[in-house]
Design a protein around this ligand. Structure first.
Ligand code: NI
Length: 215
């Protein structure tokens, strides 16, 4: 994400991502901040390399950031319910319903989502999660997101049907789908999913590799 000129990278998984192979060069990614939702390998795979190469600040939960601090990365821990003002905006760590083991099997703490508030927009990043009533707190107390990044691939997270319900709970009609197509169990039928969102009046973006879009 380019937020007012600050480069904020979310859960980088590039080197071992079959969809990204040959399409993204790590040297071209120059993050100032790396936001992490949990410790699974398909979310933190390229954190160490990118953080060290760019001096990026790694933001995540206490256990995840400790793991990267041990690898000489610059880190800042948040925990669920906590918020912090960064130069690009306010980041609030929210709960997610998932698990969070690190790639080496060590404890990755609690998984989380984020709400990012900039001077112009509010973006909800659900992280890997199932549908949760916690989502109703967002529009009620923190403001309706202009855009929500929701997992839709099913099997390991909520599927598209629950993501549509989640969009309703957070009162957001612009969704970016994530956590789909990378591995066989989470391959989706794009036409079916797009139509299901369209039928509910929700705009769905299914980003392809290197696709750029604005909020
Ligand atoms: Ni996960």
């Amino acid at each position: 994400m380019d937020i007012n000129g600050h480069q904020v990278l979310l859960d980088p998984f590039i080197s071992d991502n079959p969809l990204a192979k040959g399409k993204i060069q790590l040297e071209d990614i120059k993050p100032d901040y790396i936001l992490l939702t949990h410790g699974h390998g398909d979310h933190v795979g390229d954190v160490e390399g990118l953080a060290l190469a760019n001096g990026a600040l790694v933001i995540g939960n206490f256990e995840v950031t400790n793991w990267f601090a041990d690898k000489s990365c610059r880190v800042m821990a948040l925990n669920i319910g906590g918020k912090h003002k960064f130069i690009f905006g306010e980041v609030r760590m929210l709960s997610a319903v998932h698990s969070s083991t690190m790639p080496d099997g060590s404890d990755g703490g609690m998984p989380n989502g984020y709400l990012i508030k900039t001077t112009t927009s509010t973006v909800y990043i659900a992280g890997d999660t199932g549908l949760s009533m916690e989502m109703t707190l967002i529009p009620k107390y923190y403001g309706r997101p202009n855009m929500s990044i929701l997992p839709i691939g099913d099997t390991f997270t909520m599927g598209y049907e629950d993501a549509i319900i989640a969009a309703g709970l957070v009162e957001c009609n612009k969704v970016v789908g994530c956590h789909f197509d990378t591995f066989p169990p989470i391959v989706i039928d794009h036409d079916v999913v797009k139509k299901a969102f369209e039928d509910k009046g929700i705009e769905l973006i299914l980003p392809s590799i290197n696709q750029i879009f604005s909020i």
